[in-house]
Ligand binder design. Structure first.
Ligand code: BGP
Length: 479
């Protein structure tokens, strides 16, 4: 068992979840900076006015802003071939709508990229990963407004020109399809329909704003692809989706059709637009049935057609089931919800573990688009503990990753053109959905806790040594 030669093994993070330094280097306030911490059962809160004495996890996060050299050295020790990270929009344009970029922010990422290149690690940059500048939320309600497109493109231009020759792989929006669900409104699009304190899990939702926002993001993504290719023909630009694999709960055709409809909406709508360059027909029916009206400018169709992405990427954590039976309890999940699968076990956060679902979905994606694929997020959020001898024995994480790597290999044997794998939170960081540190994914343990204590020191978990061996043997030795 081995993966294709040159396979990109690595890890993935996002600026707001690990950098900290939220007011350093000229950085402005981004949406996650106004979110409090939460837990598996208590929602984090969105507080447009910061509360004194409340803990805001993104403000210091894991202090990567000051420790990125140490962290990248650890990634290099594991043998990373690729590191996927995001650039905080607010480090480059503090308010989001300035004309000129902030030099200090550009310098920070230049140094971070150079550090990767020093070790032969290929950077993959997510341009926008769940952090719209908060100023643009207040000014325009985030992506609900078409003026976001120009601001985003200005941001793209600044980084595409500055990092030319250093970065090859770009992703336009993290998990763009999260905005097909209410939770994605604020998280992904910076949409806050009422500027007031509220639970993140119970936002004031306006589906029309979200779908209008998605249209703006599609146009922005297509124009960014075009711009990238003009600036450097070697640039490769990808989309990034949550792959929320779903099965019909039973073989009742009623369940099957509901599953297909949910799958269309969640898993395929956004990637169909971004990979094929046009809206799929099924979404027009969905818009009609749900009274959604998306305004499109003349010429938008041509923009979409001219800017399909070069490759496809997704996160994959779990799967769920769909049913026509409304009385069935809805399960917890990575944004999508759905109904629990009786054949699967779940993590402590209720995310159902399904390695075979990854093989299944990779085949579906490849059949549909015939574009190179990267799995750019995968992993197990778990409570870790430091044993008395100082070790973190995360064999449950190793089991999770091993079984998913095995299924990726099956997909490769099935003929899927899979290019890389960057598991999520390769170093412990703040959870996007709950704002916790306690939900850890890393190969590297960070001494930072939810009460704000901890000295940020780093410690290699058992999975660190295991993953190093996986990379060394190109996926042959998974023991
Ligand atoms: C994805 C996001 C990441 C990330 C991950 C794990 O949805 O792209 O930002 O955090 O999921 O989710 P969580 O942090 O909620 O456990």
């Amino acid at each position: 068992m081995s993966f294709p030669k040159g396979f990109y093994w690595g890890g993935a993070t996002a600026a707001n979840q690990l950098e900290g330094g939220w007011q350093e280097g000229g950085k402005g306030v981004s949406c996650p900076d106004i979110c409090t911490g939460g837990t598996a059962t208590v929602s984090k809160r969105i507080t447009p006015v910061l509360e004194e004495g409340t803990f805001y996890p993104s403000h210091d996060a894991i202090d990567h802003y000051h420790r990125y050299k140490e962290d990248i050295a650890l990634f290099a020790q594991m043998g990373f071939k690729m590191y996927r990270f995001s650039i905080a929009w607010t480090r480059i344009f503090p308010n989001g709508d300035e004309e000129q970029p902030n030099e200090e922010g550009l310098k920070f990422y230049e140094s971070l990229i150079d550090e990767c290149l020093k070790y032969g690690i290929e950077p993959m940059v997510t341009i926008s990963h769940y952090e719209v500048p908060f100023h643009l939320t207040k000014k325009w309600n985030g992506w609900a407004d078409c003026r976001m497109i120009d601001c985003y493109l200005n941001f793209c231009k600044a980084i595409f020109t500055r990092y030319k020759g250093k970065v090859k792989y770009w992703l336009t929006f993290n998990e763009i399809n999260s905005a097909t669900t209410p939770m994605g409104g604020f998280l992904s699009q910076g949409i806050l329909n009422e500027i007031k304190t509220m639970d993140f899990m119970d936002q004031v939702d306006n589906p029309n704003n979200r779908f209008q926002g998605l249209h703006h993001q599609f146009v922005a993504s297509a124009l960014a692809v075009k711009m990238a290719h003009e600036i450097d023909p070697n640039y490769q630009v990808g989309c990034m989706q949550i792959m929320a694999t779903s099965y019909a709960l039973t073989c009742n055709p009623e369940d099957e059709i509901v599953n297909q409809q949910k799958g269309h909406l969640m898993n395929w709508f956004c990637s169909d637009v971004q990979c094929r360059g046009k809206y799929p027909n099924y979404i027009k029916r969905y818009f009609k049935d749900n009274n959604i009206t998306v305004h499109m400018e003349p010429g938008d169709d041509d923009i979409l057609a001219a800017g399909p992405v070069d490759f496809y990427t997704c996160s994959y954590y779990m799967s769920n089931c769909q049913t026509a039976d409304k009385s069935k309890e809805s399960g917890k999940g990575n944004i999508l919800g759905g109904v629990p699968n009786p054949y699967l076990k779940a993590s402590d956060w209720g995310w159902q573990i399904d390695p075979i679902g990854l093989r299944y979905s990779l085949n579906e994606i490849w059949d549909r688009y015939q574009k190179p694929i990267f799995v750019v997020e995968n992993g197990l959020g778990a409570y870790d503990k430091i044993d008395e001898d100082g070790k973190v024995r995360d064999d449950y994480r190793i089991d999770y990753l091993r079984s998913h790597i095995q299924q990726m290999h099956e997909a490769v044997l099935d003929g899927v053109d899979l290019r890389g794998y960057t598991p999520w939170g390769c170093i412990d960081l703040v959870s996007a959905s709950t704002g916790e540190m306690a939900k850890r994914y890393g190969f590297i343990f960070v001494e930072r806790y939810d009460d704000g204590t901890g000295d940020f020191s780093r410690r290699k978990k058992e999975s660190f040594y295991w993953y190093k061996k996986v990379i060394e043997t190109n996926g042959e030795d998974l023991d």
